[in-house]
Design a protein. Structure first.
Length: 576
């Protein structure tokens, strides 16, 4: 049972007594199988269409007609708590583990007791793999409604703001705008939805401001959006402190692809710098881990641990320049050092090495696809051998073999080009072609092994059945492990790093931020990590209306990834 974004979930007074779609009102989703044949083809197609048609699908210009509210979040004591989470709309276990923690009235982390944020900022990619109404409902709305089903007593309930990421952009923001800026739905459970555009500004205590930018996957910022933030910036002064939230950590991505930082660089120069305000913090998701770069003036935090598959940290550069050296910019370049990461470097390397076990275990349809392809090539090669060299029949039988070889080489070449980097074209071409050659070598070896077995001499159709069942299974497993070898080697050259980890779908090592801004203007950032997401859940039918519908059967153990990061109102602290 699913609901469109404009429909309400079941009455929160009627609490589910079982974890079924009929009781919950949504279907808890499995993690996206990124290396399944259908999904793999769809990913490539969406990336291509998004890059070609992105400008035509852009709905940001239309948002000039929407209300241009500047929001304000200040608590009764003059301070404010805000939570930040990104990359959250994937499988239920990881997504709900974080949603459950965010919804708790208080969170005990070590010896600290941190209250729930009065506002929750979703930093991008609120749904995977595509932004359909059903996808949002099952992967975002349902889990967050279940975590906080009704407004907590004593107030209006926390606000929820959302910034679109590249996956929210695949339909030109149609489903995103209907969900987060429409008039039919004003909340998700106990969370309020106050925003009216795909970008927003929030005034905070102590002359702090949070500006959330929608730069359409690091391409450009539209004129209505620039006009909106320029109006907001007229309220800034030299004592103002700014937090910029963007959908991607272009400050570190720019180390490889400098031009991705261009839109953010322009925004800083055109909107912020003329006011004299100081940008003290930049925060984003998109890369599904926690990493913090800093110098004496600013902290740059990536925190994309809301539920999507883990992205590695061991490949991160130890230092970066912002703006990147390869980007023409009049701004003065500053160096930043990597101060903290989660998971740690050694754990990230261990996750990478687990590809040999996880790839075949989590991607059975990929085994079937490559097994079928290798079986077809073996049969085609066998036909060429059996037809006799130089015979007219052999020339005819070469046609299907050549077609299959072309399919393999084109597939591995295209797979290498799924990498986000636009640099290193020669590197990616070489790796893609070598990957294809390795599969052709495996076919030749497999054909020789098949002819050494007595199964190929069985009468037809038993020999064909044996080839499909026995050879297909063995070749599928062998080709899958060969792909794992390729992914591990390619990652060392900064190619297919994303595929190395998306193929594994690791749901652990999640993270979010809890920020506290005092009335005097001190900002304290608490980076919270969860080493292991919950896998077992139980219904909570007897809880209060605002208490979670679903609770972990075991214990979720949040911890501080690093000591709290303190940014004072008077002057930047020395680099930590």
């Amino acid at each position: 049972m699913t609901h469109g974004p404009e429909q309400a979930m079941p009455n929160p007074a009627r609490r589910p007594r079982a974890l079924t779609p009929q009781e919950l009102g949504f279907t808890p989703a499995e993690p996206v199988a990124w290396l399944s044949p259908v999904q793999l083809a769809g990913t490539g197609l969406r990336v291509a269409l998004s890059s070609i048609q992105g400008g035509y699908l852009d709905k940001r210009e239309l948002q000039a007609a929407f209300p241009d509210d500047v929001h304000r979040e200040v608590g009764p004591d003059g301070d404010c708590w805000i939570d930040f989470v990104a990359d959250l709309g994937d499988g239920f276990d990881a997504t709900y583990s974080i949603a459950y923690l965010l919804a708790q009235e208080k969170l005990t982390v070590g010896e600290r007791e941190l209250p729930r944020g009065q506002a929750l900022v979703l930093g991008g990619d609120e749904v995977y793999p595509t932004p359909s109404a059903e996808g949002y409902e099952n992967r975002l709305v349902g889990p967050y409604h279940a975590a906080l089903p009704a407004t907590p007593p004593g107030g209006d309930g926390p606000a929820m703001y959302a910034l679109p990421g590249n996956h929210d952009w695949y339909d030109g923001l149609t489903a995103f705008l209907r969900l987060f800026t429409g008039t039919r739905r004003t909340g998700i459970g106990g969370w309020r939805l106050p925003q009216h555009r795909s970008y927003f500004a929030i005034e905070l205590p102590g002359d702090w401001w949070l500006l959330a930018l929608d730069d359409q996957d690091s391409t450009y910022i539209d004129d209505p959006q620039l006009a909106y933030f320029s109006r907001v910036a007229t309220r800034f002064g030299p004592q103002s402190k700014v937090i910029i939230s963007s959908a991607s950590p272009t400050w570190v991505q720019g180390d490889d692809v400098p031009q991705v930082y261009a839109s953010l660089d322009y925004f800083v120069r055109a909107v912020i710098e003329p006011t004299g305000a100081a940008i003290r913090l930049m925060v984003s998701g998109d890369w599904h881990h926690y990493a913090r770069y800093s110098n004496e003036n600013r902290d740059l935090i990536t925190c994309g641990g809301g539920g999507a598959y883990l992205f590695p940290t061991h490949q991160l550069p130890e230092t970066i320049e912002v703006p990147p050296a390869g980007l023409p910019s009049p701004s003065e370049r500053e160096k930043y050092r990597l101060r903290s990461r989660f998971p740690g470097k050694r754990m990230s390397q261990a996750y990478a090495a687990s590809i040999f076990a996880r790839l075949p275990k989590d991607n059975p349809s990929f085994i079937a696809m490559v097994g079928a392809l290798h079986t077809a090539m073996m049969l085609a090669l066998s036909g060429v051998i059996q037809s006799g060299f130089g015979s007219p029949l052999q020339k005819f039988s070469l046609v299907p073999l050549c077609i299959l070889i072309a399919v393999v080489m084109a597939g591995t070449y295209g797979f290498a080009h799924l990498s986000d980097s636009v640099l290193g074209h020669v590197r990616r071409r070489a790796l893609g072609l070598l990957h294809g050659a390795a599969h052709l070598g495996l076919t030749a070896l497999g054909t020789w092994a098949w002819w050494e077995l007595p199964l190929h001499d069985w009468p037809w159709p038993w020999s064909l059945i044996a080839a499909l069942v026995v050879y297909g299974a063995a070749a599928g497993l062998a080709a899958t492990e060969l792909t794992a070898v390729y992914l591990l080697i390619a990652a060392r050259f900064n190619v297919n790093i994303n595929e190395l980890f998306s193929a594994q779908g690791i749901i652990d090592s999640k993270s979010f931020l809890r920020l506290h801004i005092t009335a005097d203007g001190t900002l304290t950032i608490y980076p919270i990590g969860v080493r292991r997401s919950a896998r077992k859940w139980a219904a909570n039918p007897d809880g209060a209306p605002h208490e979670p519908w679903v609770v972990p059967a075991g214990r979720l153990r949040p911890h501080l990834i690093e000591e709290p990061i303190v940014l004072t109102a008077e002057a930047p602290l020395p680099a930590r």
